[in-house]
Design a protein around this ligand. Structure first.
Ligand code: COA
Length: 159
């Protein structure tokens, strides 16, 4: 049985926590769409194309992964891609409340689509895009949190 999954997020920018989750998710599905949400309410630092490019750079050699942008309901996207699994990463306890609510809403919109929660490696548990951006903006070392490509893009942004 061919399984298609979607890993949605803002990815502003992608970091090692996301990468760890994606590598785990590829073991569960045959095809994984990494769906980059426009998320204008978060006033992203990187535009959609930039966020997509940074993910594509990391996974260019993996043919089971496709990076797409979206600006509609996640459930509608899942149906249009015939995806039956949504992947979300869980980190700290505070993630749970928001994820619990989002799962509940998505399930009411379409109960056929399952959400699977994955946990990243211990050293990735505390990484968040917002903290990575803040550390980069203040000139700190982000090499433990992102890949070199993203680190150089962040350096350019904060030049
Ligand atoms: N401003 C900027 N960045 C913020 C933020 C803010 N106010 N609040 C959180 N963030 C950053 C965090 O740093 C965090 O980064 P991470 O990727 O390292 O975790 C990330 O945003 C967490 O935000 P979160 O809302 O948990 O996830 P997300 O933005 O990555 O993904 C979607 C959320 C895209 C899955 C969800 O909004 C969605 O499905 N949107 C589509 C529309 C839809 O279907 N809505 C109905 C849902 S029931």
């Amino acid at each position: 049985m061919n399984r298609t999954g979607i890993y949605p997020g803002s990815f502003d920018p992608i970091h090692k926590g996301h990468i760890d989750i994606i590598n785990r998710a590829t073991k569960l599905v045959d095809k994984l769409y990494i769906a980059v949400a426009n998320s204008p309410h978060k006033k992203p630092l990187f535009n959609l194309d930039e966020r997509k490019e940074m993910i594509e750079e990391e996974f260019s050699s993996n043919s089971s992964i496709e990076v797409i942008a979206f600006d509609n309901l996640l459930i509608d996207l899942a149906n249009s891609l015939k995806a039956e699994i949504l992947i979300r990463g869980l980190r700290v306890v505070s993630d749970f409340e928001y994820e619990f609510q989002m799962l509940g809403m998505n399930r009411q919109l379409d109960s056929k689509i399952e959400t699977v929660f994955l946990m990243a490696d211990a050293q990735c548990q505390s990484i968040s895009s917002n903290f990575v951006k803040e550390i980069a903006r203040l000139g700190g070392d982000i090499s433990n949190f992102t890949n070199k490509f993203v680190a150089s893009k962040l350096k350019d942004k904060y030049k």
